[in-house]
Design a protein around this ligand. Structure first.
Ligand SMILES: CC(C)(COP(=O)(O)OP(=O)(O)OC[C@H]1O[C@@H](n2cnc3c(N)ncnc32)[C@H](O)[C@@H]1OP(=O)(O)O)[C@@H](O)C(=O)NCCC(=O)NCCS
Length: 185
C-alpha cells in the first residue's frame, strides 16, 4: 500500500519492534492507550490480532514510513477494540511528524483499503473529545458523530463514515444505518 508521501507494510514479526516503539511513545499512548505502557507481549498479541483480521476481513494494522527517507512515521489501519463491535479505524504517529496532514493521509489510505473489501460500507472510529487534532482528522475525512460515551478522559465520541453510495443518495448515517443497540447522537 502506498500514498503520496508514505509507504505501508502490514504489521508482522519483521516490524514488531518498530510497532512496539510506537506504542511506547508518550505522544502515541497518551489517549490511545490511556497513557499506559505495555510490554512487548501486548504488542505481539496486537500483531497476531492484526494478522487474523487481515485473513478474515482484508485489513489490519500497517506501519507507515516516509517514502523518501524510509523513516518510521506511525501506524494506521483497523483493529477490533472492546469499545465497538466492528473493526475500528486507528492512526498514530510520532509527534515530530504531526501538523503535516500525515494522519489524514494515513487514514485515507486505510479507508481506501477497507472500501475495497466487503463489509466496510460504513467505517467506525472513536476518539476522546479532548484529542482535538484527532477529532479534526475525522471531521476532515467526512466522519459524522453518532454517539457520545463516557471515556477515560471525559467524552468519547463515536464516529461513522457513511458509504459513498449513501452519501451520494443524500442519506444520513443515523437511524437505520446505526448498528442495533446503539443510540444515535
Ligand atoms: C492526533 C494525530 C493523529 C494528528 O496527526 P497529524 O498528522 O498532526 O494530523 P493532520 O495534520 O492530518 O490533521 C490535524 C488537524 O488538526 C488540527 N489541529 C491540530 N491541533 C489541534 C488542536 N489542538 N485543536 C484543534 N485542531 C487541531 C490541525 O490544524 C489539522 O487540521 P487542518 O488540516 O484543518 O489544519 C497525531 O497527533 C497522533 O498520532 N496522536 C497520537 C495518537 C492518537 O491520538 N491517535 C488518534 C486516536 S485513533
Amino acid at each position: 500500500m502506498q500514498s503520496a508521501r508514505l509507504r505501508y507494510e502490514p504489521l508482522g514479526p519483521d516490524n514488531l519492534d518498530d510497532f512496539h516503539r510506537l506504542v511506547q511513545d508518550a505522544h502515541v499512548r497518551r489517549y490511545m492507550m490511556d497513557g499506559n505502557v505495555f510490554p512487548l507481549a501486548w504488542s505481539a498479541q496486537h500483531m497476531r490480532d492484526s494478522q487474523a483480521l487481515f485473513e478474515r476481513r482484508g485489513v489490519g494494522i500497517w506501519l507507515g514510513r516516509e517514502t523518501t527517507s524510509g523513516e518510521l512515521v506511525g501506524f494506521c489501519g483497523f483493529a477490533m477494540l472492546s469499545s465497538l463491535p466492528e473493526p475500528q479505524l486507528l492512526y498514530a504517529m510520532f509527534e515530530r511528524f504531526g501538523g503535516r496532514g500525515l494522519a489524514t493521509e494515513m487514514a485515507r489510505a486505510a479507508i481506501a483499503q477497507a472500501r475495497a473489501q466487503p463489509g466496510f460500507a460504513e467505517i467506525a472510529a472513536d476518539v476522546d473529545e479532548v484529542n482535538a487534532a484527532s477529532v479534526r482528522v475525522l471531521d476532515k475525512l467526512g466522519f459524522e458523530r453518532v454517539e457520545v460515551r463516557q471515556g477515560a478522559f471525559g467524552h468519547l465520541l463515536v464516529f461513522r463514515l457513511a458509504s459513498p453510495e449513501l452519501e451520494r443518495a443524500g442519506g444520513t448515517i443515523h437511524g437505520a444505518a446505526t448498528p442495533p443497540g446503539r443510540t444515535s447522537a
